[in-house]
Design a protein around this ligand. Structure first.
Ligand code: GLN
Length: 193
């Protein structure tokens, strides 16, 4: 199994460490040719405008879109924004996943928080199906999902924070910052099929 982490900006190193602990070969992706021979790609958290700008400067936009036609891609936080079709403002987006996101949806006062999420899709990934401890850092919300998009987790008030559309996965929070590798293993299953 070989997974790329988009390494333009943000917390790609934390994803790399988590993947390596699962025995996965990791490639840091900065150029189009780094996408060759990958089974999937993770786009990390960071700043989505910066990631989009650098991806444009590095001529990665079209290669990433082509890669997404038949490979698994997971965006965490800023990565989920970059993967989306609509961020309600103008910035470079991959336009791959049919979700609308609202950036910095939690405002200043609680711009970072942690909570336990119920994630039924993680049943079968161990830990007796207990809640997933989710870290939100100036996080987006998934405001709207298109047809065929499965909602994987919501906050208690119903707002969407994780979703899947075929081989695309979006989480508004950062599983790479906790010791819990269930989302990474869930993504590896997606990348295998
Ligand atoms: N606020 C950032 C953005 O809008 C995302 C923050 C994060 O990735 N932790 O791109």
């Amino acid at each position: 199994m070989r997974i790329g982490v988009l390494a333009l900006q943000g917390d790609f190193a934390e994803h790399q460490i988590m993947l390596q602990s699962l025995g996965v070969d990791v490639v840091q992706v900065r150029l189009a040719e780094h996408l060759n021979q990958l089974d999937g790609l993770i786009i990390p958290g960071g700043e989505s405008t910066t990631i989009g700008k650098l991806a444009t400067d590095f001529n990665l936009m079209d290669p990433l879109r082509a890669f997404g036609q038949d490979h698994a891609i997971w965006g965490t936080c800023a990565g989920a924004i970059f993967l989306s079709k609509d961020a309600l403002r103008k910035q470079p987006l991959l336009n791959l996943m049919d979700i609308t996101v609202e950036r910095n949806a939690f405002g200043r006062q609680i711009d970072s928080f942690e909570t336990e999420l119920k994630v039924p899709a993680l049943q079968g990934f161990g830990q007796n199906g207990r809640g997933f401890h989710a870290v939100f850092i100036r996080a987006p919300l998934i405001e709207k999902v298109g047809e065929g998009v499965q909602i994987l987790a919501t906050l208690e008030d119903g707002r969407i924070v994780a979703a899947r559309q075929g081989h695309f996965l979006a989480t508004a929070f950062h599983p790479e910052l906790t010791g819990d590798d269930r989302f990474h293993r869930y993504f590896l299953e997606m990348a295998k099929s």
